[in-house]
Design a protein around this ligand. Structure first.
Ligand SMILES: [Zn+2]
Length: 408
């Protein structure tokens, strides 16, 4: 079994505003075996990390790895092999930015995950919802106002983020089919969205009965529902229907944030995507109707961070980038640190995200028994969070599952 002993490792995992005292970390196979000041090993290869920081591999809790194009309607029409190749490139680049786990919020299938497991190219751990559920005219209905062709009932192509279902029986069936296909959780589009043509931001997606049906199906399978949400009204309704993972939340009000805390919810802001959509969206083929929607949520986004922190609502790290904009993934750290303490920003991509993925103790921590998903940072990201940006330039080592992906 391959073993490594990291020595003089100052650990930064988001639990404290200061880096830990120098410690040794023993890796055996794909598992972290021991962590402490006096860990020894006869056989392990010793790696000195003096002057560097050891972190758990990062977790992005809101991505779309199949979104090679920003125009999601066009992306849905691409042949599956093209989408697959682009998804591998997107996932590989995420890993090289230090993201050893990503949670996909619509599009990635268990088939793609199976291909990733066999592929000769390394990819992050993939946690998926399969196809997101949307009502007719909702956030994954790309048909437009004059297109009356029947809605595709299943996400018939890999490049499609979602599938259309209307009414409680169809929602239950769609949720059951996604769970049968290997979804780790269910995603519902419960509010209007930017990248779709006929649903203004204020639209509520699905009836309460449909949302509660999705929640019951997910809970029957031992899991939870994540919902796409912007407006305060939509967020409150989702919480009341039992939805656990609150995506985006740009327009959340303080009272609703408190209700979310009482209900044990976790929010997943995705601020970088609005900043980049407003600048790069037009050139990347995002339709004008979508561009016009961006500012309505972009400006409120920063305020939402302060509101959620004040309420004590846990926030996981998310980015939601599409197409060419994926390269900005790590800038979410910098954007959040304008409002939040740096260690809390890091926590969002470590133990908070691990809790959301129901993988506490397995990922997002440097602790005995966890997967050996680790990154080494040149310097201290608590003092300069931008060390996590620039496509991994300040990450001399990236390890996933005990294997070095990068070793500089
Ligand atoms: Zn999304």
């Amino acid at each position: 079994m391959t073993a490594y002993l990291f020595e003089n490792a100052r650990i930064v995992d988001g639990t404290s505003p200061e880096a830990g005292e120098p410690a040794s970390v023993l890796i055996e196979g794909n598992i972290i075996r021991e962590v402490g000041p006096s860990v020894r090993s006869e056989s392990a290869e010793r790696i000195d990390l003096a002057g560097r920081t050891l972190m758990p591999g990062l977790i992005d809790a809101h991505v779309h790895v199949i979104a090679g194009m920003a125009n999601l309607g066009q992306n849905a029409k691409l042949p599956d092999p093209v989408v697959t190749v682009r998804a591998f490139k997107i996932m590989g680049e995420m890993l090289m930015r230090g993201f050893t786990t990503v949670r996909d919020l619509g599009g990635a299938t268990s088939g793609l995950a199976a291909a990733a497991a066999e592929a000769p190219w390394p990819t992050p751990r993939l946690n998926i919802c399969g196809k997101a559920l949307s009502q007719s005219g909702g956030h994954t209905d790309y048909r437009g106002p004059y297109d009356d062709t029947p809605a595709p009932k299943t996400g018939h192509t890999l490049g499609n983020l979602g599938r259309i279902c209307d009414g409680v029986p169809e929602v239950r069936k769609a949720a059951r089919e996604e769970l049968k296909s290997g979804a780790h959780f269910i995603k519902v589009m419960a509010n209007g969205g930017i990248a779709s043509p006929t649903d203004p931001i204020h639209f509520l997606g699905f009836s309460r009965e449909e949302l509660m049906a999705a929640v019951e199906e997910a809970e029957n399978a031992g899991t939870y529902v994540a919902a796409h949400l912007y407006t305060d009204k939509a967020i409150r309704r989702a919480i009341e229907c039992g939805i656990h993972s609150l995506e985006h939340c740009n327009l959340i009000a303080p009272e609703t944030a408190k209700l979310a805390v009482e209900s044990g919810c976790i929010a997943v802001p995705t601020l970088v995507t609005y900043e980049k959509l407003s600048v790069e969206g037009p050139a990347l083929g995002l339709p004008p109707a979508s561009i016009a929607k961006v500012d309505s949520v972009r400006l409120a986004g920063m305020e939402s961070l302060a509101i959620m922190r004040e309420a004590g609502l846990s926030m996981a790290f998310g980015t939601d980038l599409l197409g060419e904009m994926h390269r900005h993934q790590s800038e979410e750290f910098v954007i959040r640190s304008r409002v939040l303490p740096t260690h809390e920003v890091i926590a969002a991509a470590t133990f908070v995200a691990a809790k959301l993925l129901r993988m506490e103790g397995q990922i997002g921590c440097v602790a005995p028994g966890a997967f050996a998903d680790l990154i080494v940072v040149d310097g201290d990201p608590l003092k300069d969070i931008s060390l996590l940006t620039r496509q991994g330039a300040h990450l001399p080592m990236i390890m996933k599952d005990g294997v070095f992906i990068k070793r500089g």
